[in-house]
Write a protein that binds this ligand. Structure first.
Ligand SMILES: Cc1cc2nc3c(=O)[nH]c(=O)nc-3n(C[C@H](O)[C@H](O)[C@H](O)COP(=O)(O)O)c2cc1C
Length: 160
């Protein structure tokens, strides 16, 4: 039996094209994937969460973090990491890159022998780092049926 982990970073608050959201766009996609694969969810969250809730300050903050190439400490650890043979990693496109806590996550675990798939939400420039799957954030947020269908098609291609 394959054991699946769906790790994701996602931001609530004011986001591009969707207004003020209480569930992040990537979180929505992550939950659909977890539901369809029977996977466990792990939220990648900065320990010192200073990300502004307003879009413009957030964009500025994220740019500075990227320029400094920081590795923010993240909250918690994945329990029973060794048991997972498949890891989905999801994040929003931030400045054509991943939020820096996702780098912390990727550098904190040994992925050898595991299947890794990544997914991304974005608002026009698509995926980053050769994403396996990318979805418009506003589709995830406002059209669950379409989001569900797109995830299903992707998972079918992966033989889930
Ligand atoms: C700091 C920041 C930078 C972004 N940069 C890009 C970008 O370069 N290209 C793009 O298509 N969307 C960009 N976006 C839009 C997000 O990728 C999109 O809104 C995403 O769905 C947000 O997901 P979340 O709610 O899970 O955090 C950016 C958003 C933020 C906050």
């Amino acid at each position: 039996m394959s054991k699946v982990l769906v790790a994701y970073f996602s931001k609530t608050g004011e986001q591009y094209s969707v207004g003020n959201i209480t569930e992040g766009n990537t979180a929505i996609v992550a939950k659909i994937i977890a539901q369809k694969t029977g996977g466990d969810l792990f939220e990648i969250k900065a320990a010192d969460d200073n990300y502004p809730n307003k879009y413009t300050p957030l964009v500025k903050f994220a740019k500075e973090e990227k320029q400094k190439n920081v590795r923010p400490e993240i909250v918690g650890k994945v329990a029973n990491w060794a048991d997972y043979d498949t890891i989905f990693v999801g994040y929003p496109n931030w400045w054509a890159d991943m939020p820096m806590p996702v780098y912390t996550f990727l550098e904190s675990y040994d992925f050898s022998g595991k299947k890794i798939y990544n997914f991304c939400t974005h608002e026009g420039s698509g995926g980053v780092h050769n994403n396996d799957f990318a979805m418009y954030g506003h589709v995830a947020q406002n059209d669950r049926e379409k989001a569900d269908r797109q995830v299903s098609e992707w998972l079918r291609d992966l033989d889930y």
